[in-house]
Design a protein around this ligand. Structure first.
Ligand SMILES: N[C@H](CCC[C@H](N)C(=O)O)C(=O)O
Length: 286
């Protein structure tokens, strides 16, 4: 087959969450799981944001999101802000819509160069997380690791923000070996689609500290959807109000769970460098 020439990409980060943005809106290539892994081998990322030509006239792009292991996520808050900055810089209006596999995302310019994304409505029903078995109350589900009578972590809140999240409430996010515990919980049979695993420490009625083990990506410096999941879960369990500052290893996000049940996430993005991918990376395996 004829392979196309080099394909440009942009390496960015959303408060330390490593993001590659690949704009294929006017190109014929598509990204498979295998291609995503091959791209990650050349230019490491936590998430790869792929833009395709819009499927709906009210959006600027249809977006698909891959983790570094090639798995697909239907949400990535930090990556969506990076896409926002990229499109704003290319002349997009200061407010526009993207379509993801989870639905419509509104992206908006905020003050001081920050970007706000309307991440949509959270889902809390056990089969929407999804969980493998029914739980009437997902504010705290029965799940623990460690000795039965002295669990290390237990009773997480769970939420779906387009992707599945479990949040364990702790007094010190650094007191746990999340790199060791994360994979066990990510792949626990209670989560049929795996899950992103967070440790959350409520430091004030309007502030949380968060550390995240991401499904398909491992420990990252920040995870926007996890910040949303932690914020709505904190508000739901009366640990905080509905607007909080979430501090992650890479920086801060402000999350506002509005009276209309939308989750607004605001934070910074940073350009790192441009690059080129060989067209052959997109060719199907022989
Ligand atoms: N870093 C992303 C989330 C990636 C999600 C992914 N790890 C999954 O659900 O598979 C964020 O800022 O929201």
């Amino acid at each position: 087959m004829v392979v196309s020439s080099s394909i440009p990409y942009v390496k960015m980060n959303g408060i330390g969450n490593e993001i590659v943005v690949l704009d294929l809106r006017s190109r014929p290539e598509t990204v498979t799981a295998e291609a995503a892994r091959a791209i990650g081998a050349r230019e490491p990322f936590d998430q790869l944001m792929v833009l395709y030509a819009p499927r709906r006239p009210d959006t600027l792009a249809f977006m698909r999101i891959f983790n570094i292991d090639g798995s697909e996520s239907f949400a990535c808050g930090n990556g969506t802000r990076c896409v926002g900055t990229r499109l704003f810089d290319a002349g997009a209006p200061s407010r526009f819509f993207l379509e993801s596999r989870a639905g419509l995302l509104r992206v908006e310019k905020a003050d001081a160069g920050l970007v706000t994304v309307d991440m949509g409505e959270p889902r809390f029903a056990w089969n929407d997380i999804p969980l493998a078995e029914p739980f009437a109350d997902t504010r705290a589900i029965e799940l623990q690791i460690g000795p039965i009578d002295a669990p290390i972590l237990h009773s997480p809140s769970v939420a779906n923000i387009g992707n599945p999240h479990a949040i364990f409430w702790v007094d010190d996010v650094e007191a746990y070996d999340l790199a060791a515990i994360g994979p066990m919980l990510e792949n626990h049979p209670i989560f049929p689609e795996r899950a992103n695993i967070s440790l959350a420490h409520v430091t004030a009625p309007d502030a949380l500290t968060l550390k995240v083990w991401e499904r398909g990506a491992g420990l990252t410096r920040a995870c926007g959807s996890a910040a949303c999941a932690a914020a709505v879960s904190a508000a739901r369990t009366r640990r905080t109000g509905r607007k909080v500052r979430v501090t992650l290893p890479g920086g801060d996000l402000v999350i506002d769970w509005t009276a209309e049940n939308r989750i607004l996430m605001t934070g910074a993005t940073e350009f790192e460098h441009d690059g080129l991918l060989p067209g052959a990376i997109f060719a199907p395996a022989a």
